[in-house]
Design a protein around this ligand. Structure first.
Ligand code: SF4
Ligand code: SF4
Length: 365
């Protein structure tokens, strides 16, 4: 659904909510909404990204369908959120990648895997079937310069695109300077996923399957979030070992990068599998159909990254190591390139929306 439809629909629903205000204690969206009498496009982008999709305000709403007002805040805000990702993306022409995002992610991942296998076949064809063990074994399969150079260029582009997207989002939703202390408050909300807490002061959880509250979504999301953080730490430490200590991978099973990577990979696998399972059983009504493809695509991509990493660890002493390394690097390369054009940006924009919310809250005091 293009902006011309999602923005007026979100505005209509926010105006009804602003008159009703029954859900004012559910999350940060409602206090932010109540600070406004009118909703500009910028306000709506901010509110949409402040919403965590906990769904608590849907079963609670007396104006939800079949009422003629047809209020469905989680659905309207999820549609607008997806639309905002495309509008703030950089460079602009690549925003088209958000449309049919499931197909784009699947195609790009296949391409990434094919590219790494192609590179390996061109440079070290024998490595696909010959076991390589000991220090530097990975680089006997794919030379360090090729591995680091390709990943470095992809990561640098991704970081640039994400940074410009974040600046555009911040300016586009009002700009300004965050109030002192607001960053710590926003960071606490991010790290605890406070607003996946739903009603009753954020203690109940989400309404995945109807009126019953559950903490499952929050716990699976925590596993994925902290698992991802551990995998990132593992890669950073391994880079430090290689670059500063000249100690080449693969590292012993008890080393810090392997421990962080293993724990992180298990956390990501459980988190992704749990969130995919929730998608199968959840009530579809509070989610915009247009966003489902991108949500499934990101979860499958992260699951593939974690699972291939764990498998690589398991077979690294065997002849399968070369193939698994190519598969894992292909998935990671795709993830790096796709990060600014996938649902991955939700963490960044939601964090900034929480920062704005915390600043507004402090301005009220
Ligand atoms: S979601 Fe429904 S009940 Fe809640 S504030 Fe909006 S209109 Fe009122
Ligand atoms: S779905 Fe949850 S986070 Fe989003 S507006 Fe409703 S109560 Fe708030």
């Amino acid at each position: 659904m293009p902006s011309a439809e999602v923005l007026p629909e979100a505005r209509r629903q926010m105006e009804i909510c602003n008159a009703c205000r029954y859900c004012e204690g559910y999350c940060a969206v409602f206090p932010a909404m109540m600070r406004r009498r009118e909703f500009t496009d910028a306000d709506l982008d901010y509110l949409a990204n402040l919403c965590h999709g906990c769904r608590a305000c849907f079963p609670a709403c007396q104006y939800a369908p079949p009422h003629e007002f047809a209020v469905n805040v989680p659905q309207a805000l999820s549609a607008l959120r997806a639309d905002s990702y495309a509008r703030y993306a950089w460079p602009g022409p690549l925003a088209a990648l958000y449309r049919k995002n499931g197909v784009v992610v699947a195609a790009a991942t296949s391409l990434g895997i094919a590219l790494v296998f192609g590179l390996m076949l061109a440079l070290r064809p024998e490595a696909l079937s010959t076991p390589a063990t000991g220090e530097g074994a990975f680089y006997a399969v794919i030379p360090w310069a090729v591995m680091a150079g390709t990943a470095g260029v992809a990561a640098a582009f991704s970081l640039l695109a994400l940074t410009i997207g974040a600046v555009r989002f911040w300016r586009g939703t009002g700009g300004g300077v965050a109030k002192g202390g607001a960053a710590a408050q926003a960071a606490h909300a991010v790290l605890t996923l406070r607003y996946l807490g739903g009603g009753h002061g954020g203690q109940d959880g989400c309404n995945d399957t109807g009126e019953r509250f559950s903490q499952k979504r929050r716990r699976f999301h925590h596993l994925l979030f902290y698992g991802f953080g551990l995998c990132f730490a593992s890669t950073t430490i391994a880079f430090g070992y290689d670059h500063y200590l000249h100690w080449a991978a693969p590292y012993p099973l008890t080393s810090l990068p392997v421990l962080c990577g293993t724990l992180g990979g298990i956390g990501m696998t459980l988190g992704c599998a749990g969130l995919l399972w929730l998608k199968r059983i959840e009530d579809p009504a509070p989610t915009a159909k247009a966003v489902l493809g991108s949500e499934y695509a990101l979860l499958w991509l992260l699951l593939a990254a974690a699972a291939t990493g764990l498998l690589l660890m398991a077979v690294r002493e065997t002849a399968l190591m070369g193939s698994l390394l190519a598969l894992h690097l292909g998935v990671i390369l795709s993830f790096l390139v796709l990060a600014p054009y996938s649902k991955m940006v939700h963490g960044l924009y939601r964090g900034l929306a929480l920062l704005r919310s915390a600043t507004e809250e402090r301005n009220d005091q």
